[in-house]
Ligand binder design. Structure first.
Ligand code: HEC
Length: 176
């Protein structure tokens, strides 16, 4: 009899130990998930700079299929370019859905011939943002130290990207 009681107790102790362990692991995962995922930024240059800085886009986002991570570019963007698409933008391109939906973002790193990063240029379909001249794109250019050089409805960006307005203002990827 005492033996039986002992093992019942041992089983209960063991069981609650396993349960607590599982709960700790689950709690750990939940916290990790929260800190990893920053919610999509508003149509605001500083918020986007902060978001991009906190996002591991160089590892988590994609280049277009078949495009080298660092490829030869030209004016005005730079001698060497690296272009990253977030999951929303890439999905729309793969689906040939006609345009990039809200939340889609493209980050382009613009390098000088010697490989120095000169600027970061971004096109972002911010939720609720209105830019009738460029189908809702928010344009952003900033220096590697985060200083913003142009943001929002930037005439220079819009004019040149209007050459490809039938392709939702994108040069590098076909959305149709
Ligand atoms: C004189 C024309 C011109 C101007 C001005 C210009 N771009 Fe571009 N942009 C291009 C070309 C051409 C490409 C494709 C380059 C490549 O091969 O990656 C491009 C590509 C991009 C891309 C990658 C998405 C795409 O279109 O395929 C982003 C993001 C971008 N530009 C942002 C900007 C921003 C922000 C500005 C304004 C600060 C700007 N661009 C001004 C010509 C221009």
């Amino acid at each position: 009899m005492p033996r039986g009681r002992f093992s019942l107790r041992a089983t209960l102790v063991l069981f609650s130990g396993v349960l607590m362990g599982a709960m700790l692991i689950l709690a750990g995962c939940a916290t990790e998930g929260e800190s990893d995922e920053m919610s999509a930024p508003a149509a605001d240059g500083a918020a986007i700079v902060e978001y991009v800085g906190a996002t591991d886009y160089q590892n988590e986002w994609q280049h277009l299929p078949g495009v080298e991570p660092l490829y030869t570019g030209g004016d005005p963007h730079g001698a060497l370019l690296s272009t990253y698409f977030n999951a929303i933008a890439l999905q729309a391109i793969e689906d040939k859905s006609g345009s990039i939906p809200e939340g889609g973002m493209v980050v382009k790193e613009n390098y000088m011939p010697d490989g120095t990063l000169a600027a970061i240029t971004i096109m972002y379909k911010a939720a609720g943002y209105e830019n009738p001249q460029a189908n809702g794109w928010f344009f952003l250019k900033y220096a590697p130290d985060g200083v913003i050089e142009a943001e929002g409805q930037v005439p220079g960006c819009t004019e040149c990207h209007s050459d490809v307005q039938d392709n939702d203002f994108l040069f590098t990827a076909d959305v149709k």
